[in-house]
Design a protein around this ligand. Sequence first.
Ligand code: FES
Length: 98
Amino acid sequence: MTSISKSANLEKTEQVHRVLLGKKQILVTEEEPLLIQLERAGIHVEYQCREGYCSSCSIKLLWGSVMYPFEPLAWVQSGYLLACCAIVKSDIEIAFFD
Ligand code: FES
């Protein structure tokens, strides 16, 4: 007798959130860090380490929430996020330095 199990991917409920950046809007999931998803959407973000060490990917978080699957070593200034390791947890609005 053969048993068939559902794929883990089918059982996941993918959370999709809006990221507002000026007049642009992209949809992101909680499956990957924000940096990867911004790049995929053609939005250039400065970065160096991509692992939470250098803070070169720091972006202003105007509103909304993100979380970090691990504590970044770089200092995260209040009102900013580290795109390389931030997981978006709600609709958010971001801005590059003004
Ligand atoms: S690229 Fe270094 S902290 Fe994000």
